[in-house]
Design a protein around this ligand. Structure first.
Ligand SMILES: C[S@@+](CC[C@H](N)C(=O)[O-])C[C@H]1O[C@@H](n2cnc3c(N)ncnc32)[C@H](O)[C@@H]1O
Ligand SMILES: [Zn+2]
Length: 286
């Protein structure tokens, strides 16, 4: 069972939104096996099968130079997020989403923790739906369980598989940002909600040399530059909090990030207080 079809009875047709990553014509869900349609297809015969876990893999060509998050990394991320440690971030993101948003596109959704929060808040509006995209199949498997959500495996650096001007809100949380494509898919007045870490985010773990990457001090200035063309900055909020984490929680926090690609991850044995600092920046498409 997966969330796309089970949780979304009013949402069966995506042809108004989805476009084929090869030829850009409409992508239609195969209706033959409802309520479990098994493929997306365009009129030129390009087909994308649903994985057993409910997501569609739209990657084409030779693949990508980006390394996908592994099952272990995604499992660590889910354990950490579902324990509520980043709930203040989810809260801030959800409050930046307009109540009348009808299509949300989460670029680099991971397992869909933030999107689920957003969709729960919007649950009173029947027509609301979402696309969760990530390059990681392990992440897409979980994102496919988010209500009213279509989960796609796709590369944010390629042309995004949705029609121009079709999206109300792009979520982009700790993930790579393709501002040009986000602008193309957003409708005029639509929002890109971008979450990035401040330089001191998780500094105690960096000091403990647990394999976390350095955060460039000029990162936020770069975000402004990246989203300068065709966007207006409408909101920028820093969020600071600290977490008291057990060794296992620290191990998950380390393993869910890029350090999770390397083995071994954390050798932390102490309970620690860890500082969190992120910025939620909201741009509006002009
Ligand atoms: C730090 S995680 C954040 C995930 C999620 N937004 C969250 O905060 O829980 C970054 C995500 O970006 C995805 N990602 C990395 N490169 C990507 C790409 N080229 N296209 C799409 N997703 C990508 C990773 O697979 C990972 O799930
Ligand atoms: Zn096609």
């Amino acid at each position: 069972m997966n969330g796309i079809f089970v949780n979304s009875s009013p949402v069966t047709d995506w042809s108004d939104v989805l476009v084929c990553p090869v030829c850009a014509s409409e992508l239609v869900l195969s209706q033959s096996e409802m309520p479990h349609p098994s493929k997306l297809a365009c009129e030129n015969g390009h087909q994308y099968d649903a994985a057993r876990q409910g997501y569609f893999n739209l990657l084409t060509g030779k693949g990508t130079k980006f390394r996908e998050d592994t099952q272990d990394m995604v499992a660590a991320r889910l354990r950490f997020l579902e324990a509520g440690h980043y709930a203040p971030i989810a809260e801030a993101v959800a409050s930046a989403v307009p109540a009348d948003a009808s299509l949300i596109y989460d670029a680099g959704s991971g397992p869909g923790y933030y999107l689920e929060r957003v969709m729960n808040d919007l649950s009173s509006s029947d027509g609301t739906r979402a696309i969760a995209m990530d390059i990681s199949r392990a992440a897409a498997k979980f994102a496919a369980k988010v209500p009213k959500t279509l989960a796609l495996v796709s590369d944010v650096w390629s042309v995004l598989p949705v029609a121009a001007g079709s999206v109300d809100v792009v979520l982009n949380i700790f993930s790579p940002h393709n501002a040009e494509e986000f602008r193309r898919i957003l409708r005029r007045g639509g929002r890109a909600i971008v979450v990035t870490p401040l330089p001191h985010h998780l500094q105690e773990l960096r000091d403990a040399q647990l394999g976390l990457l350095t955060i460039q001090p000029e990162k936020q200035a770069k975000i402004h530059e990246t989203f300068s063309e065709g966007y207006a900055l409408i909101q920028e909020e820093s969020l600071e909090f600290s977490l008291n984490l057990s060794p296992n929680e620290i191990a998950d926090l380390v393993a869910m990030g890029p350090a999770g690609h390397h083995d071994p991850t954390s050798t932390e044995t102490e309970q620690r207080t860890v500082s969190c600092g992120v910025v939620i920046t909201v741009f509006e498409k002009k």
